[in-house]
Design a protein around this ligand. Structure first.
Ligand code: NGQ
Ligand code: ZN
Length: 463
């Protein structure tokens, strides 16, 4: 890659919108100089307002291919569908997926993410083994597939191989539908190690780890795997699903006498390395405790709505200064706009108020607050230098379409409000990741071929 000099009439810098900004990108794809009030000179002029690309901190890539297939009443469920019946559908779907299919699905998903303005993904990856539960010859085969899809599409990836050992609280035996997921801490750490070796020098890849949920591990295996990861990389991200469903809270209470977040805070002191996915059901004390811990709350509002989880206590968590970011999780929607919009709309509907998450300041832009919080939390959770137009970070950014009707004549201070709350058309025009242009005028460089492969996979899966 050669050095690039770019010029934006408007760019969202860490302290807000700035005019006439020159962005210099070095040969490694990092921002190495940013000048406000600059002259365009010979720089490449960007077509519209420029935003840092959004990190997508929670993805189960394979689920993209089942989006829409669980939106009818499941036979035999007597109309009483829930998260738990959806999970059965998902387990059946996952039963026969091959590594090639997973790669093709992930490639399609990552292209869609880039076109929507996500420039990095946290892949919470638990589909490790063959359909009979036996590991592939290469223990990290499946993880390599999502990393390869990310590499080909150009999106940055934090691969989080998942520790899944049990079927429920109290070391309950895992079920048939979970056999492709299972590892003990040793084997999981081996996956982490081989992936780290393969991607040591790649600035687009970070390796962390994810205990699936408190349902799938015990205190001992959680300790063991976290200690092992810390030995390999003391700052590596650790993600964990927590307190998503009421039944999960009840089972945790029955087993340990503690609620899930309470249990984790007491037994494992999560810190800034941690990202707690969902954390939907928290008491006031848990909400304050999680905010104070420095861990990121990984919110996935469209999936949480789709699965009937409940509402995350966003008002209290934000008031307590908690860090948070967004993920598209099951990918029934792949749009940072929709995640941020529904985080706010959930609160409006529940409270019958408006501009609920805007925070302090009479003229505060709600859109700006949501977008910048999610950038910071997302970057922290993915453990990569992303999420800001700032020297030393990756050159990951999105150029908005100046011709998008909802953005017309909008002053910079209202751009993010309009983008998030006032339209359905994707306003992303161009996307650069790590100094490479991946999306130009709304199209990804490989989208045709990627879609063709994805269609072929779906034909097989649905026949
Ligand atoms: C997952 N997804 O691992 O894909 C989960 C469902 C579970 C979400 N929680 C399975 N959204 O939690 O057991
Ligand atoms: Zn998840």
């Amino acid at each position: 890659m050669t050095r690039q000099t770019l010029f934006a009439a408007n760019a969202l810098l860490p302290d807000g919108w700035a005019e006439n900004v020159r962005l210099e990108v070095d040969a490694d794809g990092n921002l190495d100089q940013i000048t406000r009030g600059a002259a365009a000179g010979a720089a490449t002029r960007l077509a519209g307002p420029v935003l840092p690309g959004m990190p997508n901190l929670h993805s189960h890539a394979f689920q993209r291919a089942m989006a829409g297939l669980a939106e009818h009443v499941a036979p035999g469920s007597s109309g009483d569908d829930s998260f738990w019946t959806w999970r059965e559908v998902m387990y059946r779907f996952v039963g026969a997926l091959t590594p090639e299919q997973v790669q093709a699905i992930a490639a399609q998903l990552y292209v869609e993410m880039l076109k929507a303005g996500y420039t990095a993904v946290g892949e919470f990856h638990y589909l490790h083994h063959g359909p009979d539960g036996r590991p592939y010859d290469d223990i990290a085969e499946m993880s390599r597939r999502t990393i390869a899809a990310a590499g080909a599409s150009g999106i940055g990836i934090t691969q989080l191989p998942v520790l899944y050992s049990y079927g429920g609280f109290g070391a309950e035996k895992a079920g048939e539908g979970q056999r492709r997921f299972l590892n003990d801490p040793n084997r999981l750490l081996r996956i982490v190690e081989v992936l780290k070796d393969s991607h040591e020098d790649d600035p687009q890849v970070r390796i962390g780890l994810a205990p699936h949920s408190l349902r799938a591990v015990t205190l001992e295996t959680l300790d063991e795997v976290v200690a092992g990861l810390t030995g390999l990389d003391p700052a590596a991200p650790i993600h964990l699903h927590i307190a998503e469903q009421v039944k999960e809270v009840e089972d945790c209470l029955a087993c340990s006498g503690r609620r899930p977040v309470e249990w984790l805070l007491e037994n494992h002191a999560p810190d800034r390395r941690w990202c707690l996915i969902h954390a939907t059901h928290m008491s006031e004390a848990e909400t304050k405790g999680l905010a104070a811990s420095g861990a990121v709350a990984g919110l996935c509002p469209t999936t949480e709505a789709n699965l009937g989880d409940g509402l995350f206590p966003a008002v209290d968590f934000l008031a307590a200064g908690g860090a948070w970011g967004i993920g598209s999780d099951s990918h029934i929607s792949v749009s940072p706009i929709e995640e941020l919009r529904w985080l706010e709309y959930g609160e409006r509907l529940a409270r019958r108020k408006r501009n609920v998450l805007a925070g302090e300041g009479a003229d505060a832009s709600l859109g700006h607050r949501l977008y910048s919080d999610a950038l910071a939390g997302g970057a922290q959770a993915l453990g990569r230098p992303i999420g800001a137009l700032q020297v030393g970070r990756r050159a990951d950014f999105v150029v908005l379409d100046p011709a998008a009707p909802v953005l017309s004549e909008m002053p910079a201070a209202r751009l993010l409000d309009a983008m998030i709350f006032a339209g359905n058309r994707n306003p992303v025009r161009d996307v650069m990741v790590g100094g490479e242009w991946l999306v130009c005028e709304g199209s990804h460089r490989d989208e045709r071929k990627v879609l063709e492969d994805y269609r072929a996979v779906l034909r097989t899966l649905l026949s």
